[in-house]
Design a protein around this ligand. Structure first.
Ligand code: SF4
Length: 455
């Protein structure tokens, strides 16, 4: 059987739209709590043009014909350190993946249009308040950004000093105002649960964010990661202890204030005004395919997107061929499709969809900037690791990602074993079930980690 034929036999529908995550790895200095993949860099030392050219080449190599563009996210690192002219050139290149966004002149081979992302395409750029002036906000808007994710973290200078941030509370406020003045959608990050922080201290930041008109809040409790400066200090006993009871009270207080202000708590750490959502992140949580571009970036293509990639030779041939047979054997259910009860209706439904193969192909790029630039200079993919994920891997991720959201984890993505484990928790009233999803009751989100461990 030809490779194409094998995939056709698996029932490959038309190409799905793809999201794009661009990792801009540079930070002026490392924050003591952060374990993200970052590199030291300033606007003077970043290879702005070479980076943009490498991203464009990587996009060429990874993008299969025929897919639409679903969402774009520039994360890091600090994307606001990257020259907005170079960012604009790359967004213009990205929008060419979406034929509907091209002007008639451009579609006919004329000059490329000024970048204008259509309203339904979310293009988010993470920004550090230290850089985010009105001038930069306007440049990013003109570059095609529709949404800025601003690392406010706190409106307390004491808290910002503890977190090792480069900006002050006044700069954070000015940054949010700049984004608002530029007419962009605004998401703001808030870190709470610091040592000696009271609930009222954290709420002062929440309320200030509301006063400034934020559309979306990502509120995270400070976690001490092992391979960070804070992790080192904690091991040496030199980091003040954090009162977990106060952290829990703060989580509930933030939820209450945002709820009263009309925000929807749609993911354990994320709140949107009314129906506002982080579209890109929501797609990743729903396990939709995304291309990860840039040094250290991770990308994941789920079948059938993976199948389409395989058909154009993008998945390494040895990986593709060695897994085709395994995938085909997974495609054949060993027993008739199980039937499970749909609660609330009393009618069982088949879960045949869960018996279809849904493998995924995941890659992680080289984290070395020079390695990344060199590989793409030779038109080689900068893969550091590649992995073919099994249905069990994907099912586990579906639970971990989905149970953090108000939508829940799609039952169709779970293996029979995972469904069995989830059913046990449902029987103990620790999970809810709809016709299509398992969900964690909202009041139990505070104890989500313990629930996931119980799975
Ligand atoms: S600016 Fe953001 S990505 Fe950079 S070190 Fe600080 S927390 Fe990490």
């Amino acid at each position: 059987m030809s490779e194409q034929g094998a995939w056709s036999a698996a029932g490959v529908p038309g190409p799905e739209p793809l999201s794009v995550y661009v990792h801009v790895p540079w930070c002026v200095r490392k924050c003591p709590y952060c374990d993200f993949a970052t590199k030291p860099g300033t606007p003077e030392t970043i290879p702005h043009q070479a980076f943009g050219q490498s991203l464009a080449t990587e996009l060429d190599l990874r993008w299969p014909e025929g897919h639409g563009l679903a969402s774009v996210y520039f994360g890091g690192g600090t994307p606001s350190l990257w020259d907005p002219v170079a960012l604009a050139a790359f967004v213009r290149r990205l929008l060419q993946q979406r034929p509907a966004t091209r002007s008639r002149a451009h579609a006919n081979g004329g000059a490329a249009p000024a970048v204008s992302a259509p309203g339904d395409l979310e293009v988010t750029v993470e920004c550090n308040p230290s850089e985010l002036t009105l001038c930069l906000a306007l440049k990013l808007r003109d570059a095609g950004a529709t949404r800025l994710s601003i690392g406010v973290q706190s409106f307390s200078d004491t808290a910002l000093g503890f977190l090792g941030r480069r900006h002050s509370a006044a700069q954070a406020e000015a940054a949010v105002r700049a984004a608002r003045a530029a007419g962009l959608r605004i998401s703001t990050d808030h870190i709470y649960g610091l040592p000696d922080e009271r609930v009222a201290d954290a709420l002062a930041t929440t309320k200030r964010l509301l006063d400034l008109g934020t559309d979306h809040v990502s509120a995270y409790a400070l976690t001490i990661e092992r391979d960070t400066r804070f992790g080192e200090l904690a091991r040496q006993g030199r980091l003040p202890t954090i009162d977990e009871g106060v952290v829990a009270d703060t989580y509930l207080a933030i939820e209450s204030v945002l709820d009263a202000a009309g925000f929807t708590h749609y993911e354990v750490s994320n709140y949107g005004r009314g129906q506002e959502r982080a579209d890109h992140n929501s797609r990743v949580w729903r396990q939709e395919s995304y291309l990860g571009l840039g040094p250290g970036a991770v990308g994941t293509l789920y079948a059938p997107g993976w199948a389409h990639h395989a058909s154009v030779g993008l998945v390494p041939r040895n990986t593709m061929t060695s897994n085709l047979e395994a995938t085909a054997s997974r495609a054949a259910p060993p027993a008739p499709a199980r039937r499970i009860a749909a609660p609330g209706r009393g009618q069982p439904h088949t879960d045949e969809a869960s018996e279809t193969p849904r493998p995924a192909y995941r890659w992680r790029n080289s984290g070395s900037v020079s390695g990344y630039l060199n590989a793409l200079g030779e038109r080689r993919l900068p893969n550091a690791d590649t992995e073919t994920m099994t249905r069990a891997d994907i099912g586990l991720e579906a639970l971990i990602l989905g149970l953090r959201t108000c939508d829940g984890a799609a039952i169709a993505h779970l293996t029979p074993d995972l469904r069995h484990r989830a059913d046990r928790l449902r029987a103990a009233d620790r999970l809810e079930q709809t016709a299509t999803h398992y969900r964690v009751p909202r009041q139990a989100w505070l104890h989500l980690d313990a629930l996931l461990r119980a799975l």
